[in-house]
Design a protein around this ligand. Sequence first.
Ligand code: SF4
Length: 175
Amino acid sequence: MKKFIGYITALILILGLTGSIILGPGNSFAGDMGPTLMIATPLVKMSKDSEVVIVGTGFKPGQELSILFTTADGYPSDIGYALKPEPKADAGQDSPMVEIADDDLAKCTNCKTCYQDLSELFEKTKIMVDGEPKEVSRVIPGVLNKIEITPELIHRASRVADDCDAEIIRFHQPS
Ligand code: SF4
């Protein structure tokens, strides 16, 4: 049975604010804290037409999100009142073309196949595993919403998933 994995992209317009904020996993959250969340545009200038792209998994389609940020003087603030439209999980995409589950990241053997052969979609990053930094690969946050999905890209993504040394890249054929 195909496992449903929610996938969101929220485009946020920040209205009527001045200054700058930095958003990130540590100072933003969604819903009941169950889903995982990543800010694809971590540095955001506050202006009437600023946009924030949020990508995550485990959301229900249409699920409402809350955005918190920490001001320059260290105070947490909910900026929901200033966002238009209010961020919600997309309803359209059940599964991204490629994904690596957060729980699988530590299994990456850093064989380099994915981010060397398909640098459009994958990048090297560091995570902490048992208290030690480890280089692993991940899908570039938000990339699947920015890149043109061509038959050639689909073919290469499928091949890279097949060649993943740790067998952690999940490939879903786009419909
Ligand atoms: S192909 Fe698999 S094991 Fe190799 S770097 Fe990418 S995710 Fe890691």
